[in-house]
Structures are given as C-alpha cells and as structure tokens.
Design a protein around this ligand. Structure first.
Ligand code: ZN
Length: 635
C-alpha cells in the first residue's frame, strides 16, 4: 500500500484504509462496499454462477432440497409470465381483505390470514421462551411502522417527512394497478397513513427494542384478550391450536398492546382494513411483474441511497438463498469451506473461551460466586462453525405447485414456514437449529441458547485465512469471535444464565459495578459527531461492550504468542471495518443500528488498551489518545 498523509496515531482507520477509500466504488445496486460487503459480493458472485449452471442443467447438487431452490430460481427468471400476469396473482388475497368489512369478519378469518401472510392488528410469533429456553413461547407484538423508527415521525424530523412522501407516492402508484376506483385508491392511502401515524405513537422505538431482555412480559391470555379487544386473540388461538392453545402469552411491547385501541377499534376499523390492503399489495410487488417489482423497491432505494435494483439473476439468487437459506448455506459450506480452516477456527474459539475464563478469574469487580457463574456460562457455550451437518426437516417441506405463479409459489412457501413456526409452540426447543446459514457473511451470539454461530462465508480474508499471520487473524476473526462471546456478558446477555434462561445470577453489588462500567462505555461513545448526526451511546452500548471485550481477550492471547505483531493486529482490525457507504444509508444506520459506525468501531476500541499505545508509540499529542483514567476494559 502506498503512503498516506494520515498518521496511524491520529486515525488508524484512515491510515489503513485511506488509499482504498479514495478509489473504491459502491456498486449501483448496493448501499455499501468494503469489508463485510466485499465478502458478501464475492459469495454472491460464486453462488450466482453456480445457480446459473444449475438452472441450465450443466450442474447438479446432491442436496435434495436444492432441487426446489433451483425450481424457484427458474420461476423468478420467468419474467415473460410475470409481466403477462401483471397484478393478477395478487388479487385473490387483496379481494379477500377487501371483503372483510367488520371486526367480526376479521376475527373469523384471522388465523387463515396470519398463515397467508396478511398484516393483523398485532404481530405474533413462536420462539424460545426467555424464561425457560427449553420451551417455546407465543409472542405478541404491535404492528410494524412504515418509517425506520418512531423518532422519524416527529415534526422536527425532515428526513421522516421526505421518506413518508416517497412511500406514499409508491403506494399511490401501486394502488393504481388494482381494480379500486381512483376515489377508493385515495381513501385507502389516506387511511393507511393515518393508521400508521397512530401506531407510531404506541410502539417501541429502536432504542427501547435494543434492551431486548425487557421484552419478556408474560401475561395471562385473558388479560391480553381484554387489552386487544375487539380483536379476538382467544378465537385466533383456538382456531390455530384447538384445545392446546397457549394460556400464557409473552408481550414484547406492552404499551403497543395495552393502548391498542389508540389505533385499532371498531370505530376506526376502516383505517385498519385499508392499511392491511395496502401493506399486502406492496409486499406482493416483489413477486409480480418487473414494473411492479421495481416500483415496490422505490422506498428501499430511497432509504438506503442505492441507485438501481439488482439484476434479475441477482434478485433470483437473493430470493432463493433466503427462502431456502439452510440448504443453500449447506451447499456453500460443503463446496467452498475447507475442513482444515474449520478445525483451525474451532481451536481458536476454544482458545478464546479459555482465555476469557482466565480473565474472569483475574476480574476485579466481581465476587467469587459471580465469577464462578460467569465461568460456568463460558464453559457451556456451544460452537456452531461453518454450516450444519444436517438439513432440518422443514426445508424438505418447502415445495410449491409447479404451475403456480411466482407470487403463489412464494405465498405457499411462506405459509409452510409460518405454520411450522406456529406448530413449535408445544414442542421442545431444538438447540441444534442454526440462526444463520453458511453463505451469510456475519456471526452471532444467541442468548437463549448460549451459542455462537460463525457461518462459513465470514471465515475468509481479511477476517481469516490460513495464509494470514496469527496476529492478523486475531485482529480479524479473533476479535469478532471475542466480540460474539462478549455478548454473553453485555448489558442484555448478562441477564441470561448458562442455560439461556432470563435469570439474575449476579450479586447485587457486582451488577451495580458492571452497570457503572456500562455507563462509562455509553459516555465514551455518546454524542460523537458523525456525518452531521450524533452517535447514540445507549443504542450502541451492547455492541461497544462486545468490541471492547473482543479486543481485550484477543490482546491477551497476543501476549502468549512467540512472535506477536501488534501493528499487524491493529491494522487488520481496522481493515475488517473498512466501508464506503451511501450517505442515506449512513444516516439510516446512525438512527437505527445498534452497532456504532464502522469507522468508530475501528478507531475507538484500540484506545482503551495499553497495547495500542505501545504498538505505535501513541502519546497525548496524538488524536487516538485517551487518558489512562478514561480507558475502559470491562471483560
Ligand atoms: Zn454484536
């Protein structure tokens, strides 16, 4: 890499990535390039070539479920049929929604509509119970809003107003394709916007959602039923489950349910039914003619700043790789992920967990009992590396009628998935399920299972390569692994025990000390100016704690290496966060994302550690210096 003017001591991110930033071009159909996004594009390129070969019959896969994925891929590409049919495949569901004139009629058909993918006045799902992770819970949440967050609805938010106008224009154009009269179209749209504005006053903000352990609010079904009336949740449950219907529901957003008659009631039922119609119409556009499909992406393009939609082949691959995510991920893993790399990274994860335990033992703010529980939690973390050995049964049920239109095929596939999710309610949780497929460039910690998942696709350069030095790998995938493990002890994860149950295992004074450190982390990031906005320290605290933990633990391992290269470690840390993004997308993330901007992730974490100062001789004269008393290391 050629010389840059920026000194590493002043701006690690710029010094490492500056040359790249000068020339990098964001693809037309993406909001970002660099880092994660580059890997994602590489995976997409490889997989698109494979799917093209599958579709042409030049290649076959021995994974049975891949046959369905390939059939769906061909269906997406059949634009001649899609364009010929236009809006027609969407009409049955739209007409059904139009036929619902009263709350009673809605209640009669609610179970069916839920499975068909229509928007009910409340959203529902079945997932692992936070209080007892061996069982499932029936979850109740308020409706989704149009704008990215409740904060966008304020009169003082010009971006919100602008985005809503773009959304409304898109909806008006889509409504023009329906058999509704122009007067009706206008009424439907006005009512939709009115309903959305009412909902936005009641539902949680992104900041409130970021404290997810607070979602656990179990309530008796009778109590929920009284709150959501006249919507009849008991009838819905009886229609879905008969005598086995759950008696306790978990309310994730209590205010949205308690104050539901602020947006849903018999008197303003018109607002709801027109909103549900417009929502169903817009969701359908993704699977209709090319014209409707492009129209339905208008809002997303504005939100993320992308100039154009992905090519047809790319859209086909993206749809298929989401609908059949596990088989596609297993195909990717078996084809492109080596066993040597897998074994190497599993060993690294184990090493990181062991090092965490050592650090816990040395911890100065926890009592012995709390340390023992934390170490127990570390000892029971399950590692999911690369891709699953087996494909779960559900994926073989995702079959559609060969003669179906694209939309009909998708509707029937979604229905199978919804039914499968709902049917889990009285079954034990299967801990061998994977939350992320093998072809996804990401990683995660699941507090309910106390497990970490590293899909095959992230185990590549610059995160990881057998050809990179150990120091570089530690600054890349090592810090990411440490980050995910830290989520077991961030402000959310700390509330779950080693079995994934929401349970307080802390001594009171220990938790208070942890809270104090958390406060320091909030202050370290809160209000940092970025692209005309400010970082929200509270929204991003769990991820900032995780970055801090990931760096702490991997630097500890660096000390044990025979020839540690700290400069290489920090440089690769900065390299993995390199990103160039559309301004609209930067603003969207700043308002919504629980992660701090990538530039700050690269530049903030190092300055909390003495190794950073030693590696580059950083002093108080340099911009990447903070005074020792302000440095934070939590785990
Ligand atoms: Zn994270």
């Amino acid at each position: 890499m050629s010389e840059t003017k920026v000194r590493i001591q002043d701006d690690l991110y710029e010094a490492v990535n500056g040359e790249w930033l000068k020339t990098a071009v964001i693809p037309e159909d993406r909001p970002t390039t660099g880092g994660f996004s580059d890997l994602d594009q590489d995976v997409e390129r490889i997989m698109m070539a494979d799917f093209a070969a599958f579709a042409a019959g030049e290649k076959t896969s021995d994974i049975p479920e891949m046959q369905y994925a390939i059939a769906l891929y061909r269906k997406v590409l059949d634009v001649e049929r899609r364009n010929r049919e236009g809006i027609a495949p969407a009409l049955p569901l739209l007409q059904k929604l139009q036929g619902i004139k009263t709350v009673d009629q809605l209640n009669d058909q609610a179970a069916e509509l839920l499975i068909e993918g229509a928007d009910l006045p409340i959203r529902m799902e079945v997932t692992a119970d936070m209080a007892d992770a061996t069982k499932h819970a029936f979850i109740v949440v308020g409706p989704e809003i149009i704008l990215p967050d409740t904060t966008y609805y304020g009169a003082d938010n010009p971006a919100g107003k602008q985005l809503l106008a773009i959304w409304a224009d898109m909806a008006a154009k889509a409504l023009a394709f329906t058999p509704l009269s122009p007067e009706e179209q206008k009424q439907y749209l006005d009512d939709t916007l009115a309903y959305d504005a009412l909902v936005a006053q009641k539902v949680k903000s992104q900041l409130e959602w970021s404290e997810y352990y607070k979602c656990h609010n179990p309530m008796d079904v009778e109590e929920v039923a009284a709150q959501v009336a006249p919507f009849d949740v008991k009838k819905l449950l009886a229609d879905l489950y008969g005598a086995d219907a759950p008696k306790i529901l978990v309310v994730y957003d209590p205010k949205a349910i308690r104050e539901m008659n602020g947006y849903f009631s018999a008197e303003n039922f018109e607002l709801y039914r027109h909103w549900a119609y417009v929502k169903a119409l817009l969701r359908s556009t993704a699977y209709l003619s090319e014209e409707l499909c492009a129209l339905g992406r208008t809002y997303r393009r504005a939100l993320t700043g992308v100039a154009s939609d992905p090519s047809l082949e790319k859209q086909a691959y993206q749809t298929v790789s989401q609908m059949y995510s596990e088989p596609v991920g297993v195909y990717y893993g078996r084809t492109y992920f080596g066993e040597a790399a897998k074994a190497d990274v599993v060993a690294l994860v184990k090493k990181i967990i062991e090092t965490y335990k050592l650090r816990m033992q040395k911890n100065t703010f926890l009592a012995a009992e709390t340390k023992a529980r934390a170490i127990q939690k570390l000892s029971t973390i399950e590692i999911k590396m690369g891709y699953p050995d087996e494909i779960k049964e559900i994926w073989s049920k995702l079959i559609f009628d060969e003669d179906a239109s694209y939309l009909e095929a998708m509707q029937s596939l979604f229905a199978v998935r919804v039914r499968d999710m709902l049917d889990k309610i009285n079954k034990p949780v299967d801990r061998t399920e994977w939350l992320m497929p093998g072809h996804m460039v990401n990683a995660c910690y699941n507090p309910s299972a106390n497990d970490i998942t590293f899909p095959a696709a992230i185990l590549q350069k610059p995160f990881y390569a057998l050809s990179q030095s150990v120091s570089e790998n530690l600054g890349g995938i090592g810090a990411v692994i440490g980050h995910e493990i830290s989520h077991a002890f961030d402000n959310n994860g700390a509330n779950f025990d080693e079995n994934g149950n929401l349970k307080n295992w802390w001594k009171e004074e220990d938790f208070a000390a942890f809270k104090e450190l958390t406060r320091g982390m909030i202050e370290q990031f809160d209000g940092i100016e970025f692209h005309g906005g400010k970082v929200n320290g509270e929204l991003t605290v769990s991820e900032n704690i995780a970055d801090n933990g990931g760096m702490g633990v991997t630097l500890e391992i660096m000390h044990t290496l025979p020839d540690p290269d700290y400069q290489a470690y920090f440089k690769n840390w900065a390299r993995v966060w390199c990103i160039k993004a559309k301004e609209e997308y930067i603003q969207l993330l700043l308002a919504n994302d629980v992660h701090s901007p990538a530039v700050l992730r690269a530049n903030m974490a190092p300055r909390n550690f003495p190794e950073w100062y030693d590696a580059f001789g950083v002093t108080e004269k340099d911009r990447m210096y903070i005074a020792p008393e302000k440095r934070i290391s939590i785990w």
